[in-house]
Design a binder for this molecule. Structure first.
Ligand code: GTP
Ligand code: MG
Length: 352
């Protein structure tokens, strides 16, 4: 997860560094003063590293003990980071925005020669953070449910939507397991009556977790099943209804209309879009198309464990205006991770 982006960001920082410079003039003073700690190289045989800065910058750094990067140092670094981000599926607009911030930070900074490495990484971190912070804060699902329990305003209805095979049904199981740990029981609404074996899959999760499932036959109206599940939750005091839906492409009018009917009948409190990280930049247009039809409250980004790039975690909320709530990082019930800026940044950035 994030391996590719992490490696590329690391390499870009390393691009500010290079092996013992053969062509350096003999007069270059005191190299030791301007050597940073080495960045993760991926190879134990790497020789000691040295900043790949222009000679004049180095000389100033050596004398002053602090370094301001020259415009050309900054531009070459920015260009490396830009390539890294675009190749790892960070959206173009977010990339440009991040790089504008980063360029400003690097131009204004006076780095200590001994710690420039960490300081440059910190500048990248802060630039990434600014874009993450620009997106709306995601709803705290558990907190929301607890408030509704306290107000005796139940059940809370959560609808899961998204394209085919992204992990909707599996994520319902994961979320139910997470809520169960907190003592919150859910009813499953097997409202995917379209895909073969979808009902059995929901039943399987419900059984494994000891939750009731409301189902009908294949081809039945998904909205009526959701309606029945809500009625069941009310009658049996279950605080939460988790409503599965058939996977659908945003271009399929019939399935979109079917979903609109479900929204009308079930009146979900929270609608979650389940998208797979591996969809790369296509994900934001999928989400934007879906959100033309209905309000989406949050995104759960699945299969992060299968995605070496992972760059859309940096830009998806910025691009769509919809916050990420959780990440799916495996197939098991315990592989749901709550979104946090630190989770993303710690995973992407080299830690030295
Ligand atoms: N590695 C990994 N696999 C996942 C993750 N989430 C779901 N899967 C797997 O993805 C496959 C599809 O998951 P489903 O839950 O059936 O997806 P869906 O969106 O309900 O699919 P449809 O109902 O057919 O649209 C299954 O094999 C899941 O085990 C995840 O975070 N990581
Ligand atoms: Mg499904």
């Amino acid at each position: 997860m994030f391996d590719e982006l992490r490696k590329k960001v690391s390499n870009a920082v390393k691009g500010l560094i290079k092996k013992e410079e053969k062509e350096a003039p003999a007069s270059t003073p005191e190299r030791a003063d301007i050597q940073p700690n080495s960045v993760e190289t991926g190879s134990k045989e790497e020789k000691p590293l040295e900043l790949n800065l222009s000679v004049s910058t180095k000389i100033k750094g050596a004398f002053l003990g602090e370094i301001s990067l020259s415009e050309s140092d900054i531009e070459s670094f920015i260009s490396d980071i830009e390539t890294a981000m675009l190749q790892a599926d960070v959206s173009y607009n977010a990339t440009e925005e991040i790089l504008t911030t980063l360029r400003e930070k690097l131009s204004a900074a006076r780095f200590k020669s001994k710690t420039i490495n960490q300081e440059v990484i910190e500048s990248v971190r802060q630039s990434f953070l600014e874009i993450l912070r620009r997106s709306k804060e995601g709803i705290d699902i558990e907190g929301f449910i607890k408030k509704r329990i306290a107000a005796n305003d139940l059940p809370v209805k959560i609808l899961f939507i998204g394209p085919n095979g992204t992990g909707k049904t599996t994520t319902i199981g994961k979320l139910a397991a997470m809520l169960k740990k907190d003592g919150i029981q859910s009813v499953f609404s097997a409202s995917d009556t379209f895909r073969a074996a979808a009902i059995e899959q929901t039943e399987h999760h419900a059984k494994a977790l000891g939750m009731p499932v409301i189902k009908s036959r294949y081809g039945a109206d998904p909205a009526s099943i959701a309606f029945d599940a809500i009625a069941y939750a009310k009658a049996h005091s279950f605080p939460v209804v988790l409503i599965d839906t058939a996977g659908r492409q945003e271009t399929n009018k019939n399935l979109i209309n079917e979903m609109l009917k479900m929204v009308k009948v079930a009146a979900p409190d929270i609608t979650v879009f389940i998208g797979e990280s591996t969809a790369g930049n296509a994900l934001s247009s999928q989400i934007s198309e879906f959100s033309k039809h209905m309000k989406i409250d949050g995104i759960i980004l699945t299969k992060l464990d299968c995605d070496a790039k992972g760059g859309n975690t940096l830009s998806i909320s910025y691009t769509t205006g919809i916050p990420i709530l959780f990440f799916g990082i495996g197939e098991g019930y315990d592989s749901l991770r709550r979104y946090s800026d630190d989770f993303v940044l710690d995973a992407i950035l080299p830690n030295n």
